[in-house]
Design a protein around this ligand. Structure first.
Ligand code: ADP
Length: 171
């Protein structure tokens, strides 16, 4: 059977999928890393819509349109800051993936791409964060069959790519 979970290396803003996920911050008004790249590529209208959302709590997710992006939607989720969440980092990171996928299903999203949430500026070690990402997504798809068809894990470095690739091969 063709795999539903796929790792790729590249720029998430270029992907022609139904939704891309943004590793945002509480304000939802843009920042560095993947967040900055998504806002630059989507344009000013994304910022204007984000201003109406009232921010987002860690582990939660909110959806907007994709504007100038090839993707129809952006799902904004706020990852945990490693070492600053009172030991709840793993649960909060899993919530980012679950809540993003729940929103995706509610909006009929069939193809979705995730960046490696929290593993940049927020400092989550890639080895543990990627395991949480892959197992949480796999469990969600197993429970909710027939909705989301493809989930892309978008990595930005060769090291991250290999880590995700090994995880997916071991499933
Ligand atoms: P966080 O604040 O959640 O840690 P970052 O944006 O700092 O988020 O980093 C998350 C991951 O996204 C890092 O692995 C970073 O290299 C990667 N990244 C940065 N820009 C892009 C992009 N355009 N497409 C995909 N991944 C990206």
């Amino acid at each position: 059977m063709e795999s539903k979970l796929i790792v790729i290396k590249g720029d998430i803003t270029k992907l022609n999928v139904d939704a891309i996920v943004n590793a945002a911050n509480h304000s939802l008004l843009g920042g560095g890393g993947v967040d900055g790249a998504i806002h630059r590529a989507a344009g000013r209208e994304l910022y204007e819509e984000c201003k109406t959302l009232g921010g987002c709590n860690t582990g939660d997710a909110k959806i907007t349109k994709g504007y100038k992006l090839p993707a129809k939607y952006v799902i904004h989720t706020v990852g945990p800051i490693y070492g600053r969440e009172g030991g709840n980092e793993a649960d909060l990171l899993a919530n980012c993936y679950k809540n993003s996928l729940t929103l995706a299903v509610a909006h009929n999203v069939r193809t979705i791409a995730f960046p490696s949430i929290s593993t940049g500026a927020y400092g989550y070690p890639i080895e543990t964060a990627s395991k949480i990402a892959v197992t949480t997504v796999k469990n969600f798809l197993d429970e909710k069959k027939g909705y989301v068809e493809k989930v892309y894990f978008v990595t930005f470095s060769d090291t991250d790519f290999k880590i995700y690739q090994n995880l997916l091969l071991s499933l």
